[in-house]
Design a protein around this ligand. Structure first.
Ligand SMILES: C[S@@+](CC[C@H](N)C(=O)[O-])C[C@H]1O[C@@H](n2cnc3c(N)ncnc32)[C@H](O)[C@@H]1O
Length: 317
């Protein structure tokens, strides 16, 4: 059954839908290479100013009910799980710890192309070795696309697959194919978290069409849900009301502000090397009424995360 609990963010959506006065051209700036430390630095700042704690709260409060209790009812089974784009593993390890309460043995395959992030994940596993007793890891430093190519006829099924904020790196034209692969590999639950259409990225994309060239068309929550509709699969979805503190973006001397603006536009050097006109347009948009708001002297924007849960056995075709 399809259950939708989407919040509407009417003011922000109205602002983003206003006709774009002028196209913004930042094509002279390098795109962030997602496997580099340049990306890691900017992502760390983005996370520091995000209340992604909502995602941690979801894992603490909802994960068991939405995922754990639906997995095989046999605690002696060795649970097989797959993490795609796992990053430094902070969210994944939290989920594994939840699963550990029910399953003594867990076999976790980690697909993450960045060597640096995988090293951080491995360190976290080492630091938490007591809590993770009984969990084995198969480290795959590669992209999901490479992992799929190397395992075309995979027969061993996963009981649980997670993609937490990583489906941006699948090209839209390939999305249905990869979502189909994931569902065929899974016999339990799939958890996807992705920026919602009314997240800051979705609204910047609407306001400045083409700004994300190279990464785009931008994959957002709705794009993923459309893909499962195309595949004839039902899913459950909800929206986590995350926020982002953008105050630093308005301080020209703030290093964090520079890195955060870079992350929002997925480029390197917007403040110091970018066209001044583009910087002005972005800042005006971020400050515009109905888009950001002030609380405790800080500027905030809504930046919801879409949670999508798929049960592959619901496939109709
Ligand atoms: C926004 S981060 C999210 C990391 C982690 N899941 C989290 O929520 O903290 C996106 C991650 O996807 C990884 N990634 C990029 N391209 C990928 C691809 N083609 N396949 C799998 N992962 C990819 C990046 O290296 C990065 O660690």
């Amino acid at each position: 059954m399809l259950t939708t609990y989407c919040h509407t963010y009417s003011l922000s959506t109205v602002v983003a839908n206003r006709p774009t006065a002028k196209a913004m051209d930042i094509s002279s700036l390098p795109r962030i290479d997602v496997s580099s430390t340049v990306y890691s630095e900017r992502y760390a700042v983005y996370i520091a100013y995000s209340n992604k704690v909502k995602m941690m709260e979801w894992i603490s409060d909802r994960f068991d009910e939405e995922i754990t209790y639906h997995l095989p009812n046999n605690g002696d089974l060795k649970l097989s799980i797959l993490g795609i784009g796992s990053g430094d593993g902070k969210f994944e390890v939290k989920m594994i710890m939840k699963l550990k309460k029910k399953f003594r043995l867990i076999d976790c395959t980690v697909v993450e192309p960045s060597a640096e992030r995988m090293a951080s994940y491995r360190k976290l596993v080492k630091d938490e070795k007591n809590a993770l007793f009984g969990v084995t890891f198969d480290w795959r430093q590669e992209t999901f696309q490479e992992f799929c190519k190397a395992n075309p006829d995979r027969s061993k099924k996963f009981h649980f697959v997670s993609l937490i904020h990583c489906a941006y790196y699948i090209h839209k034209r390939d999305l249905d194919y990869y979502m189909d692969v994931i569902t065929r590999w899974t016999e339990g639950k799939i958890l996807i978290m992705q920026d919602a259409d009314v997240s800051i990225f979705g609204l910047l994309d609407k306001k400045f069409p083409g700004v994300y060239n190279g990464l785009r068309p931008l994959i957002l929550g709705d794009t993923i849900m459309d893909s499962f509709k195309t595949l004839g699969m039902s899913f459950e979805t909800s929206s986590l009301p995350c926020e982002l503190d953008i105050t630093a973006c308005f301080d020209n001397d703030s290093r964090d502000g520079k890195l955060l603006l870079d992350f929002l536009l997925q480029v390197v050097g917007l403040v110091d090397d970018g066209p001044p006109e583009a910087l002005k347009m972005v800042k005006e948009f971020l400050k515009s009424e109905g888009f950001s708001y002030t609380r405790n002297g800080r500027n905030w924007v809504e930046n919801p995360t879409q949670v999508i849960i798929i049960t592959p056995t619901s496939r109709k075709m």
